[in-house]
Design a protein around this ligand. Structure first.
Ligand code: GAR
Length: 211
C-alpha cells in the first residue's frame, strides 16, 4: 500500500488543519502525509499554521477567478501537479464543481459541524450552523465527516459524534464544544482510515474495514 499524499483545503483559521498537523506529529495519520495546504483566500491564519509545520502552502484566491468552475479547474490542476491522493476540506468555504469530483471520486473528505442531514446544505457553514441548531431547540448536535459528492453535504457519511446542547449555549460556545469534542478528533481519525484503505463506500454507506 503506497503512502498517501494529503492536501488540506482551508479558508480561515484552520483549527481543523492544526488538529491534523498535531495528529500527524503523534504518528496518528497512518500511511499518509500532509504534503500541501491550499487556501481559497490569501493571508488566512491556516497558512501560518502550515508554514510553522513546514508544510508548503498555496493560495488559489477565489476572488481572482471569474467563476467557481474556473477556480475548480485551477484547483484540480494544482492537485494533479502535486500528485495528491486525498483532498481534505477543513473549513473550506468555497463552492467547487464537478471537475473535482470526476478526478477525486470518493477521495474528498469534508468536516461539517452538525449531525448531517440536520443543519446541512447550501448556506449552512461556520457559525450559522450552530445558530440554526439553537434556533431549532435541539438537545444534541455534533459533527460529521463525509465524502464530498456533487450534492452539497450529502455524500456518504464516514464518522459522526454527538455532544449535548446546554441550556446556556450560545452559537460560539456550542461551536467550541463541537470543535473540541468532535471535529478535532473525528477528522484525523477519518483521514487515517482513508490512508489505510479502510473505508469502503457502498451506496450511501461507508463500511469501516478492520485492519
Ligand atoms: C469548522 O467548524 C468546520 O466544521 C466548519 O467551519 C469551521 C472551520 O474552522 N465547516 C463548515 O461549516 C463547512 N460547511 P477551522 O478553520 O478553525 O477549521
Amino acid at each position: 500500500m503506497s503512502r498517501k499524499k494529503i492536501a488540506v483545503l482551508v479558508s480561515g483559521g484552520g483549527t481543523n488543519l492544526q488538529a491534523l498537523i498535531d495528529a500527524q506529529g503523534r504518528g496518528e495519520i497512518v500511511n499518509g502525509e500532509i504534503t500541501a495546504v491550499i487556501s481559497s483566500a490569501p493571508e488566512v491564519y491556516a497558512l501560518e499554521r502550515a508554514a510553522k509545520a513546514g508544510i508548503p502552502g498555496y493560495v488559489l484566491d477565489r476572488k481572482s477567478y471569474p467563476s467557481s468552475q474556473a477556480m475548480t479547474v485551477a484547483l484540480v490542476e494544482k492537485l494533479r501537479e502535486l500528485s495528491i491522493d486525498v483532498v481534505v476540506m477543513a473549513g473550506f468555504m468555497t463552492i467547487v464543481t464537478k471537475e473535482l469530483f470526476e478526478v477525486y471520486e470518493n477521495a474528498i473528505i469534508n468536516i461539517h459541524p452538525a449531525l448531517i442531514p440536520s443543519f446541512a446544505g447550501p448556506g449552512c457553514f461556520g457559525l450559522h450552523v450552530h445558530e440554526k441548531a439553537l434556533a431549532c431547540g435541539v438537545k444534541v448536535s455534533g459533527a460529521t465527516v463525509h465524502f464530498v459528492t456533487e450534492e452539497c453535504d450529502a455524500g456518504p457519511i464516514i464518522l459522526q459524534k454527538a455532544v449535548d446542547v446546554l441550556p446556556d449555549d450560545t452559537p460560539e460556545t456550542l461551536q467550541r464544544r463541537i470543535m473540541e469534542q468532535c471535529e478535532w478528533k473525528l477528522l484525523p481519525q477519518a483521514v487515517s482510515l482513508f490512508c489505510q484503505d479502510r473505508l469502503k463506500v457502498e451506496g450511501r454507506t461507508v463500511k469501516i474495514l478492520d485492519v
